[in-house]
Design a binder for this molecule. Structure first.
Ligand SMILES: C[S@@+](CC[C@H](N)C(=O)[O-])C[C@H]1O[C@@H](n2cnc3c(N)ncnc32)[C@H](O)[C@@H]1O
Length: 344
């Protein structure tokens, strides 16, 4: 039953992506179509191929400015897996298991930093942005805890699947909303709107982490929380997250990660501080593939989770002083910075 539904969703997806280009028109097809070498769907070169016939951005929305956190080769990886999100034993099994760690981490941290407390629905009243939400594996449980969750992902098929899966639980109807867009757009549309931003297993797929963090700061309320889980850039992370997990044990598909894009907690902290955050917590996480389970550890040399808080007095942070003079950045509020360009 599940499999059939998800397959049906997959079959409809290509047409649907184009139909929903009205939403994407904001990110301006015209700009992309005007780019030399880009062919339109149905122009004989196959959908979204470039002049050389290379498979290109056919399933992805097009963005219109020059600075972006979204990379097309990263989206291609997730496009191939976009019907697999809710297969508990499939390619995203480790992310399902990670909920045992990250959901309580987010819940307890938010409650510690807040006076809002509601038994039964502890996160009621919290507005959370789940960036790179994929199929909604994290958005859904946070919604069930009472939070108003907005899940965003640049890949339309992920959002389509997340929407279908959400519809099976009526409790989530009013609480979880999904949108196919990138963080830059949210920063433009909804500055200062969220109590918390989550980027779980996303930063290692992002093209420009500095812009990404800056945009996260922009959508957060002063005093809001940013949660990141990601992978450190160490020899051990190369050995475990790439060689062992991808090439030997096939826990995730080969090619999912690029070591160059991993980031150390120190470097992440530098970006965070310059965007007006204070880092409150950095915890190591360890995945045990034999038991398909995660645990907290002190060592952060492979996987880690980070919690940072946006400073309340923004005038004193580098974020404000830099941001105000930086018109070329992908995340200020000028018209010229709407959306982003998908980079190859
Ligand atoms: C490893 S998955 C994590 C999904 C989800 N956060 C979870 O943990 O279940 C990475 C997700 O990030 C999305 N993604 C890739 N590049 C992104 C970017 N620049 N901004 C936001 N999301 C991105 C992908 O489409 C994919 O859904």
């Amino acid at each position: 039953m599940w499999r059939k539904l998800l397959c049906a969703a997959g079959r409809g997806s290509r047409a649907g992506v184009l139909e929903r280009a009205d939403r994407a028109a904001f990110c301006d097809w015209n700009v992309v179509l005007a780019r030399p070498g880009f062919r339109t769907p149905g122009d004989g070169a196959g959908p979204g191929t470039d002049r050389d016939g290379r498979h290109s951005n056919c399933f992805f929305r097009k963005y219109s400015v020059s600075k972006s956190t979204v990379e097309s080769d990263e989206l291609e990886k997730f496009q191939a897996l976009s019907q697999k999100w809710w297969d508990r034993n499939g390619e995203f099994a480790a992310l399902h298991a990670l909920n045992d760690l990250r959901v309580p981490f987010i819940r307890d941290t938010l409650l510690t930093f807040s006076e809002k407390q509601q038994l039964g629905r502890p996160l009621r009243g919290f507005r959370i942005l789940d960036v790179g939400c994929g199929g909604g594996l994290l958005s859904e449980p946070l919604g069930r805890l009472g939070a108003m969750v907005t899940g965003i992902d640049p890949l339309e098929d992920n959002i389509r699947l997340a929407d279908i899966h959400k519809s099976f639980d009526p409790v989530l109807k009013e609480l979880v909303q999904y949108s196919a867009c990138c963080l830059e757009e949210m920063a433009m549309e909804s500055p200062g709107r969220f109590d918390a931003v989550i980027a779980s297993e996303v930063v290692e797929h992002v093209g420009d982490v500095e812009t990404f963090i800056r945009c996260a700061a922009q959508v957060l309320k002063p005093g809001g929380s940013l949660f990141i889980t990601t992978i450190n850039k160490t020899f051990l992370s190369y050995a475990l997250a790439i060689v062992a997990a991808e090439k030997i044990f096939r826990i995730v598909p080969n090619g999912t990660h690029e070591w160059e894009k991993f980031i150390s907690p120190n470097k992440l902290e530098t970006h965070l501080i310059s965007s007006g955050f204070t880092v409150e917590t950095i915890n190591g996480m360890l995945y045990n593939p034999l038991f398909d389970s995660w645990s907290w550890i002190i060592n952060t040399s492979v996987n880690y989770a980070l919690h940072a808080v946006k400073k309340k007095i923004e005038e004193k942070s580098d974020f404000m002083s830099e941001g105000s003079g930086r018109k070329d950045h992908g995340c200020d509020q000028s018209e010229s910075n709407v959306g982003s360009t998908v980079q190859s």
